[in-house]
Design a protein around this ligand. Sequence first.
Ligand code: ADP
Ligand code: 5GP
Length: 217
Amino acid sequence: MSGSGSKSRTSNEVDAWLATGHRPFVVVISGPSGVGKSSFVKQLLAAGLNLEYSVSATTRARRPHETEGRDYFFLGRDEFRRRIDAGEFVEWAEVHGEHYGTLRSEIERRLGAGKNVLLDIDVQGGRAVRRVYKDGVFIFVLPPSLADLEERLRGRATDSDDTIRLRLDNALREIKLVSEYDYAVVNDELRSALDRVASIIVAETCSTSRRPPLVST
Ligand code: ADP
Ligand code: 5GP
């Protein structure tokens, strides 16, 4: 069919395809404790990137500024185990002596609503999530130096000396796995590092690989 006021089947298909936009995806942020991931997350969520946060479950104690259901779901070990057995986690891992896990429901309901989903998880979690969400974007946050990392951990004043020592030891192991990630961003100055991460996410939303194939005629 052709002529003014009517659209050919092909134009309708192209219009439908144009309206579809990109497939939503997961964005995984990993990096050593104290590098600035939580600071990134807070600001990225406010940056208008169609991003929502996947709230993890953990057995670690709540920090004073943290809110149940916003920062984490704080669970006892028995409840965490029950949820593992019920298959509720995409992945879970022991990190710095505590259990942390990504709930399938946190990711799926957001992707289902067309939102991109931000995860702040460790490198073991990153590997496991890559196996399930192969088209995810994996970003590793690096400190400018190990001395800066230690200073940030101490400056945050949320952890004991023993915990800080454990987290610094683990940092070396984690940083060695940076090449498993798609991008590495040095968190030197927070604002400019955030701009770099936001640019990566914006570029990924423009990738042709994230659009459904256009029906050929
Ligand atoms: P993570 O979530 O990776 O453990 P946080 O976001 O809690 O790290 O940051 C650790 C500490 O470092 C916090 O006190 C935070 O304010 C500080 N921080 C974050 N980014 C920077 C930066 N670019 N420069 C200096 N301090 C930073
Ligand atoms: P924190 O105790 O400082 O909040 O987090 C400690 C570490 O646990 C960080 O490296 C963080 O990325 C990681 N983490 C948080 N949630 C999860 C999760 O659901 N799964 C995994 N594997 N790691 C997580």
